[in-house]
Design a protein around this ligand. Structure first.
Ligand code: PHE
Length: 343
């Protein structure tokens, strides 16, 4: 018993000594673990208890327990005090102005033309069309000859077409995909073909040297002009709203017969006449028609057995009409003030 008492006394003075030296909360935590942990001296004393005589054991046990409680309360008391001091020091040092406004994060978003394209593709895919892309750089055959353009057709003129060599050019429309598709697939063919088109024109508020189009075409047995009309109506109603009025006008493109242009009621004035529709009440938005038998024949599809329709439209034009954008050049200037207006 005496030896146990001696041990307790010396352990206590050793502890008090070390407690005085512990300055930080980290020191104190370490001290706590050192004395009260599983491998610490208090635990060792507990083990020694086993060897004490049965009469001594209760009293010795109480002494050890009291010591444990004493250490614990010393540690916790000091920890509380030191932590408060440390926090006060941190507040002094780490000054934070909570009223300073945060840095604004700009969220990326799709370009208005991409948004328009995505909407159109969603509709066309829902109507059974699948997406095919064609080359921007193509030959005279795919852009003109395969589409029944006569050798002296004015659209082949250097004024309109960017030639890259004798027989290489930048496609002037996405209709070249019709010719490629007829080579690759057998009817039924039902394709939506978005992409860039290029024309050698003066750049102005109304026209640019490149723009985007989407072409749609369907070739099968018994495809009729009525199918084309109903497909255009359904498509335009899905794109512009069920209440939109449509108008079909005869027109000429060498690769369709009959050919037409489709107008919709002006989205800005609803038909009463304004600057956007040049006071006609109508906006021309696409060209369409029944695929010319010559085009089918060049594509090795028998026009006696098959027929088809096709249409093409400009995405910039659609976006300009929908949002009343004053200048087509805005689409390529990457001005955030413009682009951030399309959420
Ligand atoms: N390719 C024509 C254009 O660029 C549009 C069109 C496509 C017309 C398909 C009829 C059929 O103007």
């Amino acid at each position: 018993m005496t030896s146990l008492l001696e041990k307790i006394t010396s352990l206590r003075s050793q502890f008090i000594c070390e407690l005085r030296e512990a300055v930080s909360s980290k020191d104190l935590e370490a001290l706590k673990v050192k004395y009260l942990g599983k491998k610490g001296p208090i635990q060792a004393l507990m083990l020694e208890l086993k060897h004490a005589s049965p009469e001594e054991r209760p009293q010795a046990g109480k002494l050890i327990n009291d010591l444990k409680e004493e250490f614990l309360s010393h540690c916790d008391h000091s920890l509380h005090r030191v932590k408060q001091r440390e926090m006060a020091a941190a507040f002094q040092q780490e000054w934070l102005d909570a009223t300073l406004p945060g840095r604004k994060q700009f969220l990326g978003r799709a370009h208005p033309i991409s948004q328009m394209l995505q909407r159109i593709l969603d509709i066309l895919i829902g109507m059974g069309f699948s997406v095919q892309l064609g080359p921007d750089v193509d030959t005279d055959y795919y852009n003109f000859e395969g589409l029944n353009f006569a050798a002296d057709h004015p659209a082949r003129d250097m004024q309109d077409t960017f030639y890259l060599g004798k027989n290489r050019l930048l496609r002037t429309h996405t209709s070249n995909v019709q010719v490629h598709a007829m080579e690759k697939f057998k009817p039924p063919i039902r394709i939506a073909a978005p992409g860039r088109a290029f024309r050698n024109e003066d750049i102005s508020a109304r026209s640019h040297v490149f723009f985007h189009q989407i072409e749609g075409f369907y070739i099968d047995k018994h495809v009729t002009f009525a199918d084309l009309l109903s497909t255009m109506e359904e498509f335009l109603h899905k794109l512009l709203g069920a209440e939109v009025k449509t108008r079909f006008r005869p027109s000429y493109f060498p690769f369709v017969e009959p050919g037409m242009e489709v107008d919709v009621h002006c989205t800005a004035c609803k038909g009463s006449g304004c600057r956007l529709c040049k006071h006609t009440g109508w906006l021309e938005i696409l060209g369409a028609g029944m695929i010319h038998p010559n085009v089918l024949m060049k594509g090795r599809i028998d026009p006696e057995e098959y027929s088809g329709y096709a249409w093409g439209m400009g995405l910039e034009r659609l976006a300009i009409l929908q949002y009343d954008i004053p200048d087509i050049r805005l689409f390529t200037e990457n001005d955030m003030r413009f682009l951030s207006q399309f959420p």
